[in-house]
Design a protein. Structure first.
Length: 274
């Protein structure tokens, strides 16, 4: 496997497919780099170099007890891009990975980044606060934490089989394969790491990070996203990023990189080539 060790001793797995302009993918919670495989095989076949890593504590990367927060995630990403000497990259983040992208640009700047993409992404802030009334109440995330401690395997099956892909909507056709693939990726992650990451993706405020975006940015969000509601996420982010283009997918769920993969692939390719 391709791995490297961070400055604080964490071994991170990454995959590096194809040749050409680099496209770097940051995955969602509690998944790993495999969640991007539909986009990676498509774009690598179109002449691009596709790079994705398993975030610390997730997938095939090691499981440190500490450091499961957005600053560490962003610094890990920076070290990966430095190691591979990535330049002129398109940096894409899905869900929690969108927070990783935002915090990377906020902490490390955009010198290696030509364009950015936020897909079903958590920024600017998921948590409901006085300044962010459209966010989700803390009780939602407390419930996820309680479910993880009580029966993490059951929680992951319920999320994938329900709101993540909107399989709980009337008339939805459930894909057992998608549910099992999601569950498998989640269970590969460390229990402590994925537990701590709930706080990282829900309570981190990325408002100031988004204001530092200077590159063209594509935002893709489904308007029936039950995990990261569009009003406080995609639409709010589009107002903060100066050079953002927002694409709203009618009726699409959170996991649209799978359910709407052909549309996502086409829109990403058009954005990259623009």
């Amino acid at each position: 496997m391709s791995t490297f060790t961070t400055s604080d001793g964490v071994e991170l797995y990454y995959k590096d497919w194809g040749q050409g302009q680099p496209i770097v993918f940051c995955h969602g919670w509690p998944l790993n780099a495999d969640s991007w495989e539909s986009q990676m095989i498509f774009l690598a076949s179109k002449g691009y170099r596709c790079i994705a890593h398993d975030r610390r504590g997730h997938g095939r990367s090691s499981q440190p007890w500490d450091g499961n927060d957005m600053d560490h995630y962003a610094d890990d990403l920076a070290q990966l891009l430095d190691k591979l000497d990535v330049k002129n990259a398109v940096l894409l983040g899905f869900s929690t990975g969108g927070g990783e992208v935002a915090r990377y640009i906020g902490r490390h700047g955009g010198k290696r980044v030509a364009k950015a993409g936020l897909i079903s992404a958590v920024p600017p802030l998921m948590l409901q606060t006085g300044a962010n009334p459209g966010g989700l109440p803390i009780s939602v995330f407390d419930g996820i934490r309680a479910g993880a401690l009580a029966n993490r395997a059951e929680l992951y099956r319920d999320i994938a089989g329900g709101p993540f892909y909107n399989f709980n909507r009337p008339g939805a056709v459930r894909s057992e394969g998608l549910v099992q693939a999601w569950w498998m990726q989640g269970m590969m992650g460390g229990h402590k790491n994925t537990y701590d990451s709930i706080k990282a993706f829900s309570e981190t405020d990325f408002t100031e990070d988004l204001k530092k975006f200077t590159m063209p940015t594509l935002i893709i969000h489904g308007d029936d996203d039950q995990i990261v509601p569009i009003e406080a996420a995609g639409k709010a982010a589009a107002k903060l990023i100066k050079h953002a283009k927002l694409l709203v997918y009618p009726g699409a769920p959170h996991g649209l990189t799978d359910t709407h993969k052909d549309q996502v692939n086409a829109d990403l390719l058009a954005f990259i080539q623009s």
